[in-house]
Design a protein around this ligand. Structure first.
Ligand code: NDP
Length: 395
């Protein structure tokens, strides 16, 4: 039995993970489940999966969960706050950690899992975007195994040679073709984007996901974060990554070799495929995902993304090229801007403007220590809040 901690269990990825784990109870044992504030959801998951630990980042929520579990499942220990999250990410009895907290909140627990030498199933791309070098060093120094859950990176991992860490040239890889659906506004006239609502932005045409990543997909900041993520995971640079608009979301990404071969991974857009892949790797196991019906897909389209429509993609690539803590600043500004948009405080089109202003006014540092990253993250959040007010919707 392999023990697993699921960070962010109540979210979209967390629930898909528990669905896959529920199909293989003979193989995996859920050791810890975590959430932020959704007590009812975590309570139900605890009754079903009977972990040793349940953690709520919010202390009041942890108190309420503890009261309810006291009667129903007193053997489950309830922990609270960032300390609790870091603790269950490093438990000796959990060999695997699913990192599925959304945003910067996931950085410390995900890093704790890497430092404890776990198999880290990485969905929380923001953690890697913020701390790329630091995180990859933690993985290497502690013999952790890092497997990507993002469907594109999981696809690339499946198409790459096993020794890709030696560098593209040595292993004969020419470039990565990173696919993107283009989100719900791929063809919306540009002058209509200003009146896009949060409801429209979170309604992704192909994938069912949490609210933050859904907005990121609409702006294509998600693809920008994924370019950064791919650079760190596969030891490459943005110059060797071509973003490809592929609205059907059937090809999840491709790898081109120097001999002209292009390998692609295809499948239905369902996150249980990459989750099952990373859990079972190097073996394979059932994920509950139905067969891809290529006859009903029938055609596959590919176009180059328009950076005027998707300025966030440009901003992310520029931040990666600038290096140091620039990516952490970009990520922090994006988190604040997306939240402000979801709260209807700024227009959809103000999201890239807020981020660009923050990147222009912030000072990035080359020292990528955790303290420096967190300090620059905090400063960028404060700057972004000011920019939100400047770009705010007047009622
Ligand atoms: P959701 O918003 O659906 O879930 C987020 C999870 O994180 C919830 O369990 C939530 O708890 C928890 N959480 C939120 N804030 C905090 C906090 N401050 N401290 C501790 N826990 C917190 O997100 P998704 O599942 O969609 O995404 C999770 C990650 O996976 C993101 O980084 C995303 O980019 C990535 N990803 C997601 C994909 C998808 O298909 N959804 C695809 C590829 C990557 P609570 O429920 O209590 O709020």
């Amino acid at each position: 039995m392999i023990g697993i901690t699921v960070l962010g269990a109540t979210g979209s990825i967390g629930r898909s993970t528990l669905d896959v784990l529920g199909r293989h109870r003979d193989r995996y044992r859920v050791v810890a489940l975590t959430a932020n504030s959704q007590v009812d959801k975590l309570y139900e998951q605890c009754l079903e999966h009977r972990p040793h630990y349940a953690v709520m980042a919010d202390a009041d929520a942890a108190q309420r969960l503890a009261e309810r579990l006291h009667a129903a499942a007193p053997e489950i220990a309830v922990l609270a706050g960032m300390e609790g999250l870091e603790q269950v990410a490093a438990l000796p009895e959990a060999e695997y950690v699913m990192a599925a907290i959304v945003g910067a909140a996931g950085l410390k627990p995900t890093l704790a899992a890497a430092r404890a030498g776990k198999r880290v199933l990485l969905a929380n791309k923001e953690a890697l975007v913020m701390s790329g070098r630091l995180f990859m060093e933690a993985v290497q120094q502690n013999n952790a195994v890092l497997l990507p859950i993002d469907s594109e990176h999981n696809a690339i991992f499946q198409c790459m040679p096993t020794d890709f860490a030696r560098g593209f040239e040595r292993v004969g890889v020419r470039r990565i073709l990173l696919t993107a659906s283009g989100g719900p506004f791929r063809t919306t006239p540009l002058d209509q984007l200003i009146s896009v609502t949060p409801e429209q932005a979170v309604a992704h045409p192909n994938w069912s996901m949490g609210r933050k990543i859904s907005v990121d997909s609409a702006t294509m900041m998600n693809k920008g974060l994924e370019v950064i993520e791919a650079c760190w995971l596969f030891n490459t640079t943005p110059a060797q990554i071509q973003v490809v608009l592929h609205p059907q979301s059937v090809i999840h990404s491709m790898v081109e070799y120097v001999d002209g071969s292009v390998l692609a991974q295809l499948g239905n857009p369902d996150m249980r495929t990459p989750i099952a892949h990373a859990l079972a790797w190097p073996e394979r196991m059932d994920s509950g995902v139905s067969s891809l019906d290529i006859f009903s897909v029938a055609r596959l389209d590919f176009t180059v993304p328009d950076l005027n429509r998707f300025p966030c993609l440009r901003l992310a690539v520029e931040a990666m090229l600038a290096g140091g803590t620039s990516s952490a600043i970009l990520n922090a500004a994006n988190e604040v801007a997306v939240e402000a948009f979801l709260q209807r405080r700024i227009a959809y089109t103000a999201i890239p403007r807020v981020i660009e202003s923050v990147l222009t006014e912030s000072v990035a540092h080359s020292a990528e220590t955790l303290e420096q990253i967190l300090a620059d993250d905090a400063a960028a959040r404060a700057a972004a809040e000011r920019q939100v007010i400047l770009h705010g919707v007047t009622h």
